[in-house]
Design a protein around this ligand. Structure first.
Ligand SMILES: CC(C)(COP(=O)(O)OP(=O)(O)OC[C@H]1O[C@@H](n2cnc3c(N)ncnc32)[C@H](O)[C@@H]1OP(=O)(O)O)[C@@H](O)C(=O)NCCC(=O)NCCS
Length: 352
């Protein structure tokens, strides 16, 4: 029997959890979180005492200046019994605001993805997850290693196993992201030679606007001409043909674009009946996120004013924009009152 109690809540997600997770760690929250209609919030305070990790082959990093090279780390598919030890690891992260408890059941139940754990002598002390975003692109996430057993390359082993899984499924690349302030994560990725694809600046503003700007609309019509305009923009290349929902970077394919258009998530500014700026949005958890922006700065300015108008009209707390680190729009947004709140690094490995 599980040694914790669960309380079912029907909110989408606790925003402060998102914030805390992202600010302290800046890892991407899984898109499946959004698919979750009912979220089970774990009452971590009721978790039982941690089970003893008597790992005779893996010396805890805290107790030994030298890292053990004889660790018999095994990687296997996660099973329901891994939930308790993984939640135990998770509850110590980011002041108990890790998102992993919220997605664990979905991840375990989803047969299209891969949820794996690392064990030593049968004890579960690490976890990681992967999905195929498209047949070509795998997204890796949710890597966690027990606090006392870090620095032994366990995250590297988990990563390798997910990369192998993606390769077997004929994915061409594996991607993931981490916050620039997460030194351990960055070191681990450097150590396993996972190359950086692009760094993104996150900017937030809470300032709304009363007046609705003219010439900006959410398009729901055929997106072909807009797509042709967009894919030739320099911003498309700088975004590495990806858009973000704030937590995950998704491949920006014609299909994904069409879907976003159909969902009313694409905002377009026009001049002489031609698109002059465009952004892809997510409106969720009190935050409107522009996870892809293209166009001349003046026209993008119009989009931003429309978004400011929307946060006021819809009563959202924050307007968030994610831009490639070298985007000239960062300065423009700073001048108009946005604050830089995080840098997120997206990595990509070719799978050959
Ligand atoms: C990031 C994490 C998964 C790495 O796991 P791991 O198995 O310890 O990875 P590695 O063994 O490759 O060690 C990574 C490096 O980080 C170092 N490290 C550990 N804690 C650190 C810290 N707080 N600050 C800086 N470096 C740290 C390790 O010493 C090691 O460096 P080295 O290669 O020079 O020896 C693990 O630290 C963890 O679970 N962190 C909390 C969850 C998290 O941040 N997940 C990633 C979200 S993107």
């Amino acid at each position: 029997m599980e040694n914790f109690t669960k309380r079912t809540v029907t909110a989408t997600f606790d925003r402060t959890s998102h914030e805390a997770t992202f600010n302290k760690n800046s890892e991407c929250v899984k898109a499946s979180l959004r698919r979750t209609r009912t979220i089970e919030k774990i009452q971590t305070s009721k978790l039982g005492t941690p089970s003893s990790l008597a790992l005779d082959q893996l010396t805890p990093i805290r107790k030994s200046p030298r890292k053990s090279k004889t660790a018999q780390v095994k990687i296997r598919k996660a099973v329901p019994a891994d939930k308790a030890p993984i939640l135990e690891i998770s509850k110590n992260l980011w002041s108990g605001h890790d998102y992993l408890p919220l997605v664990w059941d979905d991840w375990l139940a989803d047969t299209d993805n891969r949820l794996i754990v690392a064990t030593v002598n049968g004890k579960t002390l690490g976890v990681a997850h992967a999905i195929l975003q498209t047949p070509d692109v795998a997204w890796l996430e949710g890597v966690r290693v027990h606090e006392q057993y870090r620095g032994h390359g366990i995250a590297g082993k988990l990563n390798k196993a997910l990369v192998e899984w993606a390769r077997k499924r004929h994915a061409r690349v594996a991607r993931l992201c981490t916050g620039s302030s997460n030194q351990a994560s960055r070191k681990h990725l450097e150590r396993i030679h996972f190359p950086v694809l692009q760094t993104f600046q996150r900017l937030d503003s809470t300032r709304g606007l009363r007046a609705k700007p003219a010439g900006v609309n959410a398009t729901r019509r055929s997106s072909k001409s807009l797509w042709n305009w967009l894919r030739t923009r320099s911003e498309f290349a700088e975004n590495r043909a990806m858009y973000s929902d704030g937590w995950t970077w998704h491949p920006l394919t014609p299909q994904a674009f069409k879907k976003n258009v159909a969902q009313g998530r694409v905002l377009v500014a026009s001049k002489n009946r031609q698109p002059s700026a465009c952004c892809i949005l997510l409106d969720e958890d009190e935050v409107i996120t522009a996870g892809f922006v293209a166009g001349e700065p003046r026209d993008v300015g119009k989009l931003i004013r429309m978004l400011r108008y929307q946060i006021r009209r819809k009563g959202r707390e924050t307007l968030r924009v994610l831009l490639p680190l070298k985007s000239p729009m960062i300065q423009a947004l700073k001048h108009s009152g946005f604050e830089k709140t995080a840098k997120i690094i997206v990595y990509e490995k070719f799978l050959g």
